[in-house]
Every structure is written in C-alpha cells, then in structure tokens.
Ligand binder design. Structure first.
Ligand code: NAD
Length: 428
C-alpha cells in the first residue's frame, strides 16, 4: 500500500519508518524543511533507539519525506500525526491539527474514489465531530469520498520502534466496513505469525480508549507515589511494599516504582485534556484531579528533602537527568523543568547534565550551566538531585566523592548509596 503520514515528529517519523519496514511505500510530510531534509538523508530528526537504522534502510527506496501534500490523493490511506498540545487551561489545542486536517482535505478535494484519513494524534472524543472532521470536509469542499478514522497510538518514547512492532493492541475507530478493512490491510504485515488483538470500534470510542489508557497509567503512578510518600513518612521502604503489592495479578507488577512523577508529551497533557473535556460536560473527574495534584507536588517534595540537608541559596546543585525518561531527548513536561524552576527561585547555582537532552533544555533554560558528564556536574556540588533514571547514573560511585558536600536526593532510586554520602530517596 502507499501510505502518507502527515507530521514527522516523534510519532510520525516512527510510524512512517515502521510502515516502510512492513513493506509499504510511505510518503512522510512535514512543514519543517529541516525535518524533511534530515529524514531524506536517512537520519532521524529525533533521538529514538532503532529509528536511524530503519530510516537508513528505507529512505530513497520505500520512504520519502517532503513538505508537499501532493502525494496525499495518490496514496491509499493518510495518517495525521500532528501535535495536540494543551491550552493554558489544560484543554486540548487543536489549532495545528485542524490546519493540517484542512490541508489534507484540500489535497483530496478532487478525489473521485474513497480515501481514508486516519487521525493518529490523541484528541478528545467530541473534537472529532466538532473540529477535525469539519476541517477535513471544509478543505475537501464537502467531497463525500473522504472518510475519517481514528487509530490512536500507544507507543512509548524511548522504545517507540519496538512498541510499534510489538503492540499490546490495535484500536481501529471507523464509520464503515470499508474503512475498517483498509486499516486491517495497513497493519496486516504486522500480524505475521502473531495475533495482535484488534479493537474495531467507532472513532469517538477509539479516541476515548487512548485517554482512558493514559489516565489509568498516570493515576496508577500517582497512587503509587501517594503510597510511597506515606511510606517515606513512616520510614518504610516503598519498593519493598509495592513489590509485594505487585504480586497481586489484579494489580500487576508494572508501574509500581514511586518517584518524582510523570512527565513527557503525553500523560500530563492527556490527563489535563480529558479532565478539561469532562468538566465541559459538567462532570468533575475527582480521581484524575487528585492524580494531577499528587504529580504536581512531587518535585517540591524532592526539593524539600534537599533543603533539609543543604542551604540551597547560593549553593551549587547538580541536576542529573533532564529528559522526561531515559532513552529519549524529549524534555516536554519533564519533571526536571519544575525542579530547575524551583531551584532557581531558591537561589541555587544549577549545573545540569543529561546524556542526550541538554540541547533542548538549553533552549528552555539558557542561563544555567551544563556539564559534559555526570562526573563534571557533581564536581564541587553541594547537593544533587537525580531526576531521570538513565542507566549511567546507576554506576556513579567515586564521582560523588568529588562533591563539596555529598548530599544525594534520588528521585528514581537509581543511585547506589554509599556510607560516605547523605542519601535520601524521594519515597523510601
Ligand atoms: P510532534 O510535535 O513531535 O510532531 C508533530 C509534527 O507535525 C512536527 O514535526 C511538526 O513540524 C509537524 N506539523 C505541524 N503542522 C503540520 C502541518 N500542517 N503539516 C505537516 N506537518 C505539520 O508530536 P508527537 O509527539 O509526534 O505527537 C503527535 C500526536 O501523537 C499527538 O497528538 C500526541 O499526543 C500523540 N502521541 C504521542 C506519543 C509520543 O510518545 N510522543 C505517543 C502516542 C500518541
């Protein structure tokens, strides 16, 4: 099949490369010239394990990137993978997606046979009918041949390629058997000798499945953090407690590690968006509001532990880890951001380090110091906070001896504590 993927960010580039790897011809479209040029050189515009290899293998053969929408009408199906950020009140900002949807519609205005436009972006259920479908239809001048579908994406940054190739489920939200069949055909090569469960439903339900999924996971982490905070107050090891809890198969052992909270481009904005959308109906989603509240308070708790041992005003504080999770350079809503902001408010002299995410953080905080290694960040520091669980922080050892005062506040239980340091785990 020939697939166009509109938007070449974290999701778009990954799915374009993976569709090509499944044997499809793919046209990746983005408005950003640099992103398009990078992909056409066979390189990934983002840091994601395995993505460079796929692009190198398929660019120039099955995969091409362009800024033009010309390929859309010639393709068999179009995926929209455009960002859907938050407005100031947490509600979903559909401006960019609606513009891309309208441009897609325009490209399909003269289409004389059926074409399926699939929303990959995460959008609230009511906004399909209220905003995105009308934008496509307006662009297409009402062309009845253009159909809309919803195929939410569940990949995780840091393991995006692996997640795409080995999904837990595929969710197809369509309005017709033809559209459903088309999505089945797109993903057929993925099934191979496996049988990935497919949920066939309508577009709004498909959209809600994505929010319910993320809201559940984010709330699970917040609950675990709440319990971890209680363990800390009682002087108990939260990991020992939750390891035992995880033996209950109704709960599962995954996502039971308490820490500094959830960040990234999805959980915060998606929980905020579904909360805002629920409120618009008059319903107050109390559990989700509490999950957000616990999450917002974790960075402050981390710094409370630091200030217990260090007078932060004028002190040199190392921040280890800037990406919202390991294996990615994405800093969107990283917990490092509120931590750096609060350290700045406290008058700290901040030195930050991350293996891959320093460039984007440098744009966000140009005035703090960035170190070339964790060792360099720790040298002469009066305290450190560990924010991201990069593997290399687990092997730090003698480096802590080079601190002025070895106070280590570990937000991810990654450091191997020594007797020479003052060590505090956030929730244990
Ligand atoms: P992103 O910001 O990384 O990428 C969006 C891309 O769209 C950018 O490269 C931008 O230049 C491009 N773009 C903007 N307007 C365009 C237009 N008119 N035409 C063509 N390209 C245009 O976003 P992302 O992280 O890939 O997320 C995309 C969607 O997928 C969001 O709704 C997100 O919630 C959802 N999602 C993301 C993840 C994730 O891990 N990042 C996982 C699942 C779902």
């Amino acid at each position: 099949m020939h697939i166009t993927v509109i938007g070449s960010g974290y999701v778009g580039t990954t799915i374009a490369a993976c569709f090509a790897d499944l044997g499809h011809k793919v046209t990746a479209i983005d408005i950003d010239d640099d992103i398009v040029a990078t992909i056409n050189e066979g390189e990934a515009p983002i840091d994601e394990p395995g993505l460079d290899d796929l692009l190198e293998a398929h660019v120039g053969d099955r995969l091409t990137a362009t800024t033009s929408y010309d390929a859309v009408p010639d393709s068999d199906v179009t995926f929209l993978a455009i960002g859907t950020p938050s407005n100031a009140d947490g509600s979903i900002d559909l401006t960019t997606l609606a513009a891309a949807a309208e441009a897609t519609g325009e490209a399909l205005a003269d289409k004389t046979d059926r074409h399926l436009v699939v929303i990959k972006s995460t959008i609230t259920p009511p906004s399909i009918a209220s905003t995105i479908e009308p934008a496509i239809k307006a662009g297409a001048d009402g062309n009845e041949n253009v159909e809309i579908g919803m195929n939410p994406e569940f990949l995780r940054e840091g393991s995006a390629v692996e997640d795409f190739v080995n999904p837990d489920k595929l969710v197809f939200g369509t309005n017709s058997e033809w559209a459903s069949n088309r999505l089945h055909d797109v993903f057929e090569p993925l099934q191979d000798d496996r049988s990935v469960p497919i949920v066939d439903t309508d577009p709004a339900t498909a959209a809600m499945i994505k929010y319910a999924n993320n809201a559940f996971l984010a709330s699970k982490i917040s609950l675990v953090n709440d319990l971890g905070n209680i363990c800390k107050e009682f002087g108990l090891d939260a990991y020992e407690v939750m390891d035992a809890v995880g033996l209950d198969d109704r709960i599962s052992e995954r996502f039971l590690r308490s820490g500094v909270g959830w960040g990234g481009s999805c959980f915060p904005k998606d929980v905020a968006a579904i909360t805002a959308a629920a409120r618009e109906t008059g319903y107050e989603p109390a559990v989700l509001e509490a999950a957000i509240d616990v999450n917002d308070r974790q960075p402050g708790r981390l710094l409370d532990l630091l200030t217990k041992h260090v007078d932060v005003d004028g002190a040199r504080i190392a921040v280890l880890g800037l990406a919202f999770k390991p294996q990615t350079d994405d800093i969107r809503n990283s917990r490092a951001i509120p931590i750096i902001e609060q350290l700045q408010d406290l008058g700290a002299e901040i030195v930050a380090y991350d293996p891959v995410a320093m460039d984007p953080m440098c744009d966000r905080f140009p005035d703090i110091e960035y170190a070339a290694s964790a060792a360099e960040a720790l040298e002469g520091a009066h305290g450190t906070v560990v924010v991201t669980d990069w593997d290399e922080f687990a092997t730090l050892n003698d480096e802590f001896d080079e601190m002025e005062t070895p106070v280590v506040v570990d937000g991810r239980r990654i450091v191997d504590p020594s007797t020479e340091m003052t060590y505090e785990g956030l929730t244990w």
